[in-house]
Design a binder for this molecule. Structure first.
Ligand SMILES: Nc1nc2c(c(=O)[nH]1)N[C@H]1C(S)=C(S)[C@@H](COP(=O)(O)OP(=O)(O)OC[C@H]3O[C@@H](n4cnc5c(=O)[nH]c(N)nc54)[C@H](O)[C@@H]3O)O[C@H]1N2
Ligand SMILES: Nc1nc2c(c(=O)[nH]1)N[C@H]1C(S)=C(S)[C@@H](COP(=O)(O)OP(=O)(O)OC[C@H]3O[C@@H](n4cnc5c(=O)[nH]c(N)nc54)[C@H](O)[C@@H]3O)O[C@H]1N2
Ligand code: SF4
Ligand SMILES: [Mo]
Length: 729
C-alpha cells in the first residue's frame, strides 16, 4: 500500500497548448544554449524548452533559461519613450520621433560646444550581434565620438587583453568538446555549476565517462570546488604567483615542452629568468598554497597527455587580470597545450553576447577584430561604409571605467547607456551617482523602465528584449547561434536595431553609410567584412538558415566550406596572429597593490553571483521562481569568525569599507575562510557601495573581488524593514 496516498489522484501536468515552436538562443550567460519558445494559437509565448538537437546543451537548460519566456510580460518593462529637462523632474511620455530628434539635437549641441569626444556611449554584452555592428556604425561612423565602450570592461576586458598580448588576437582557442579529451583540468576563479550550469553539465558528463583530475583555484569552497579532486584556496589576487611557481617547478624538473616552445614562441629566456625567483617555498607565503601542493599540481599538469585551463572572473576582475590571463596562456604554451584536443586556454565568457560585442561592435576598435591603430584596417572599413577614413580616430578612446572619472572632471558632458546598469554594477556606486547627476544629458536605453540608472536620465528609450527581435549571439566557444523573432515588441518598445537605425538617419553620415532594414542584411555585411586571408574571425560561410539547421556554427567558417561544422579549435598548427606567427611568452612579475585587510577593516570582501539571479536583477528579480529562491542580499561568513564577533546566523549586520556601507543578512558557512566575506553582487545599494575597484593597467577592468571591510552591528528591526522594501522590487 502506498502510505498516505491511497485516495490521491496521480499527479498530472496539464499539456500546454503549443501550436508553434520558434528557435532561439538563451540571452543570459555565455554558454549559448539553444532554446525553443512555444507559442499558442494567439501568438503568445507560453513555455520554453532546451533544443535536444543542439550540440551545446542537448536538450538541457538551467533555471534561468527554463523561465526565460516569462520575461516578455514581466513588470517594469518600458512601454513608451520618456523625456524630461532635469533628472529630478517627472518624466513625460513622448513619441519616438520627438525623443529621437531631441536626442540627436542634444548630442550635436554637446559635441559642437565641447568637442566630439565630450559625448560618450557605453553599451553591453547583451544585445544581438547585428545590433552591435549597427551601433558601431552609428557611433564610429556617424556620431564620431571616441569615448565609446561597453560593460565588457567590467567582465571580459582582461581576457581580451591577455589573449592579444599572448597570441596577437582575441578569440578563445578551445571548446566544450575539449572536456572529452583532456587529462587534467585546472579552473581558476570560475564557478561553473552556478554561473554556467550547462557547461558544467558537459564537464560532468565527460568526467563520468573518463576520470581526470579537476583542480579548482578559488578562495571559496564553491560548488565547483566541492566537486574537485584538489581545491587550492588561494590568497585573493595572487594567482600569478601560483602559476609562476608551477612554471618554476616545470622548468626545474625538465617537464616543459621545449620543442613546442622553440618552434612556436618568443621570450623563453626572459620567462625562465623571471620564474627562477618564484620557487614554491617563497611563493607559498604569498599565494597561500603550500609548496608540496604547488609541486604536485605542477607535475600533474605538465605530465598530463593533454591539460587545459579555464577561468572566469576570479582572474579577470583583478589588478592582475590581463597578466593572469597571459600567465595562464604561458602555462599552456610551456606545456604545449594550445590548439590540441583537451589542451587549451579557454576563457569562460560572461554575458550571452560578450563575444559578439568584442567581434563586431567597434567598441575598442573596428568590426571583425580590426584595430583603429592600423591604417589599413581604418581604410578597409571606411571604404566599405563609404566614408572618409579621417573620420576615425587613430587609437581607441576611454574605457568605461575611465569614462566615469572623465564625467567627474567635466571632460565628458553627455552619456548614452545601452543595456547596462552602472548604478548597481560599477564599483563605488556613490561616486557613480554623483557623476550621473553631473551630466548635462543622459540617455538610458533599456528594456526595463525601473532600471536604477534611469533615475538620472533625461531621455529613456524602451527597448525590446531578445526574442522580440532577430539576430545572433556568439558563445564562449566561438559558436554563432541564431534567435528567431518569436513575438512583436512589448507595448511601444522598439528593437535596439531599429533605434540605432532611426538615430543614424538624424546624422549627416547616416545618409552616406547604408543602414540595412533587417538584421539578416546586417549579418550579410558582417560576413563580407569577415572575409580575408588569414583572418581567424571569418563567418563568411554562415547564413541564418545554416545557423538554425546546425544549431550554431563555430568560427572560422569560411565561404565555400562544406557541411555545417566550423572549426572547434584555433591555433592547431601552432601559427598565431602575431607578425611572425609565434606566440609571446609574457613575463608576469607580481605587484602587491590590492587593498588588504588590516586592523580597521579585517575582512577581504569577495563578490560574485548565485545561480538564480542575473546581474542587477532587472530581469530575474521579476521572475517569481528565480527571485523566490534568492530574494535577500546576504553575505557568506565563516562561523568561527562570526562566533568571535558574537554574530548569529540569519541576523543582519552592517558592512563598512572606506567607500561606504551596506546592510546584509548573515549566512554562516564554511565556504569562506575566516578572513573573508562573500556577497552576491545582484542587489542595488549593496556590495558596490563598498567596492574599491582598482583597475588593471592593461584592460582597465576593476578588481571587484578584492577590498577590505569590517562588520558592525545594526538595529535588527530597522534592517528587516529595509530588507522587506528591497524584496518588494
Ligand atoms: N547565474 C548567473 N550566471 C551568470 C551570471 C549571473 O549574473 N548569474 N553572469 C554571467 C557573467 S556576465 C559572468 S562574467 C560570469 C561570471 O562567472 P564566474 O566568474 O564563475 O562567477 P563569480 O561568482 O563572479 O566569480 C567566480 C569566483 O571567483 C572567485 N575569486 C575571487 N577572487 C579570486 C582570486 O583572487 N583568485 C581566484 N582564482 N578566484 C577568485 C570567487 O570566490 C568566485 O567563486 O557568469 C555568467 N553567468
Ligand atoms: N561587485 C561586483 N560587481 C560586478 C561584478 C562582480 O562580480 N562583482 N561583475 C561585473 C560583470 S562581470 C558584469 S558583466 C557587470 C554587469 O553589469 P550590467 O551590465 O550593468 O548589469 P545588467 O543587469 O546585466 O544590465 C543590463 C541591462 O540591460 C537591460 N537589457 C536586457 N536586455 C536588453 C535588450 O535587449 N536591450 C536593451 N536596450 N536593454 C536590455 C537589462 O534590463 C539591464 O538593465 O557587472 C559587473 N559588476
Ligand atoms: S546555462 Fe546559460 S545559456 Fe544555458 S540556459 Fe542557463 S543561463 Fe541560459
Ligand atoms: Mo560579466
Amino acid at each position: 500500500m502506498l502510505f498516505g496516498r491511497k485516495k490521491r489522484k496521480p499527479i498530472s501536468i496539464p499539456q500546454k497548448q503549443v501550436t508553434e515552436w520558434k528557435y532561439s538562443t538563451c540571452n543570459y550567460c555565455s554558454t549559448g544554449c539553444s532554446i525553443e519558445l512555444g507559442l499558442n494559437d494567439k501568438g503568445k509565448v507560453i513555455t520554453s524548452r532546451g533544443h535536444a538537437g543542439a550540440d551545446v546543451n542537448r536538450g538541457k537548460l538551467c533555471i534561468k533559461g527554463l523561465l526565460e519566456h516569462e520575461l516578455f510580460n514581466s513588470s517594469g518593462r518600458g512601454t513608451q519613450p520618456l523625456m524630461r529637462e532635469r533628472f529630478h523632474e517627472a518624466f513625460v511620455p513622448a513619441s519616438w520621433d520627438k525623443a529621437l530628434d531631441h536626442t540627436a539635437d542634444k548630442i550635436k549641441e554637446i559635441q559642437n560646444q565641447y568637442g566630439r569626444d565630450s559625448f560618450a556611449v557605453v553599451s553591453t554584452g547583451q544585445l544581438l550581434t547585428e545590433e552591435f555592428y549597427t551601433l558601431g556604425k552609428l557611433v564610429r561612423g556617424c556620431i564620431g565620438t571616441n569615448n565609446y565602450d561597453g560593460n565588457t570592461t567590467l567582465c571580459m576586458a582582461s581576457a581580451v587583453s591577455g589573449y592579444k598580448r599572448s597570441f596577437g588576437s582575441d578569440g578563445p582557442p578551445g571548446c566544450y568538446d575539449d572536456f572529452e579529451h583532456t587529462d587534467c583540468l585546472m579552473a581558476f576563479g570560475s564557478n561553473l555549476p552556478e554561473q554556467h550550469p550547462i557547461i558544467y553539465w558537459r564537464l560532468k558528463e565527460a568526467r563520468e565517462k573518463r576520470s581526470f583530475p579537476l583542480i579548482v583555484v578559488d578562495p571559496r569552497v564553491t560548488m565547483l570546488a566541492q566537486f574537485a579532486d584538489i581545491h587550492l584556496p588561494i590568497t585573493p589576487g595572487t594567482d600569478c604567483v601560483l602559476i609562476n611557481a608551477m612554471m618554476h617547478v616545470i622548468f626545474k624538473e625538465g617537464l616543459e615542452d621545449r620543442t613546442y616552445l622553440e618552434a612556436h614562441t618568443h621570450g623563453l629566456a626572459e620567462l625562465e629568468e623571471l620564474i627562477n625567483d618564484y620557487d614554491p617555498i617563497t611563493a607559498q607565503h604569498i599565494c597561500g598554497i603550500d609548496e608540496d601542493t604547488i609541486r604536485h599540481v605542477a607535475r600533474l599538469y605538465a605530465n598530463a597527455g593533454a591539460a587545459m585551463s579555464i577561468w572566469t572572473m576570479g582572474i579577470n576582475q583583478s589588478t592582475h587580470g590581463s597578466d593572469g590571463v597571459s600567465n595562464i596562456n604561458n602555462l599552456n604554451l610551456v606545456t604545449g597545450n594550445i590548439g590540441k584536443p583537451g589542451g587549451t586556454s579557454l576563457s569562460i565568457t560572461g554575458q550571452c553576447n560578450a563575444m559578439g560585442t568584442r567581434e563586431w561592435s567597434s567598441c575598442s576598435g573596428l568590426p571583425g577584430y580590426r584595430l583603429l591603430e592600423n591604417p589599413q584596417h581604418r581604410q578597409e572599413v571606411a571604404d566599405y561604409w563609404g566614408i572618409d577614413q579621417a573620420f576615425f580616430p587613430e587609437k581607441r578612446g576611454l574605457a568605461e571605467t575611465d569614462i566615469f572619472p572623465a564625467i567627474e572632471t567635466g571632460q565628458i558632458k553627455g552619456l548614452w547607456l545601452v543595456a547596462t546598469n552602472p548604478m548597481t554594477s560599477m564599483p563605488n556606486t556613490s561616486r557613480i551617482r554623483k557623476t550621473l547627476e553631473k551630466l548635462e544629458f543622459l540617455v538610458v536605453q533599456d528594456s526595463y523602465q525601473d532600471v536604477e540608472t534611469n533615475q538620472y536620465a533625461h531621455v529613456y528609450f524602451p527597448a525590446s528584449v531578445w526574442a522580440e527581435k532577430e539576430g545572433c549571439h556568439t558563445n564562449t566557444e566561438r559558436r554563432v547561434n541564431l534567435t528567431r523573432n518569436a513575438l512583436p515588441p512589448y507595448a511601444e518598445s522598439k528593437s535596439d536595431f531599429w533605434i540605432f537605425n532611426q538615430l543614424a538617419k538624424r546624422f549627416e553620415n547616416g545618409h552616406v553609410i547604408s543602414f540595412p532594414e533587417t538584421a539578416e542584411e546586417a549579418f550579410n555585411e558582417m560576413r563580407e567584412l569577415s572575409k580575408g586571408d588569414g583572418r581567424i574571425l571569418d563567418i563568411s560561410g554562415m547564413t541564418y538558415d545554416k545557423l538554425e539547421e546546425a544549431k550554431g556554427i563555430q568560427w572560422p567558417f569560411r565561404e565555400g566550406q562544406m557541411g555545417l561544422k566550423g572549426h572547434s579549435r584555433l591555433y592547431t598548427d601552432g601559427q598565431f596572429q602575431t607578425p611572425d606567427g609565434k606566440a609571446n611568452l609574457i613575463c608576469v612579475d607580481f605587484v602587491d597593490n590590492n587593498e588588504r585587510p588590516d586592523e580597521h577593516y579585517p575582512f577581504w570582501m569577495n563578490s560574485g553571483r548565485v545561480v538564480e539571479h542575473f546581474h542587477t536583477r532587472t530581469r530575474t528579480g521579476k521572475i517569481g521562481n528565480c527571485n523566490k529562491f534568492s530574494p535577500t542580499p546576504y553575505m557568506e561568513m565563516n562561523p568561527d569568525a562570526a562566533e568571535a564577533l558574537g554574530i548569529e546566523h540569519q541576523s543582519y549586520i552592517r558592512l563598512a569599507s572606506r567607500r561606504g556601507d551596506a546592510v546584509v543578512m548573515v549566512q554562516l558557512t564554511q565556504r569562506v575562510p575566516r578572513d573573508m566575506v562573500f556577497i552576491p553582487f545582484h542587489f542595488h545599494d549593496c556590495v558596490n557601495r563598498l567596492t574599491l575597484g582598482l583597475l588593471d593597467p592593461y584592460s582597465r577592468q576593476p578588481a571587484f573581488k578584492q577590498c577590505a571591510v569590517r562588520v558592525e552591528p545594526v538595529d535588527q528591526l530597522e534592517a528587516a524593514r529595509l530588507n522587506a522594501e528591497r524584496r518588494a522590487f
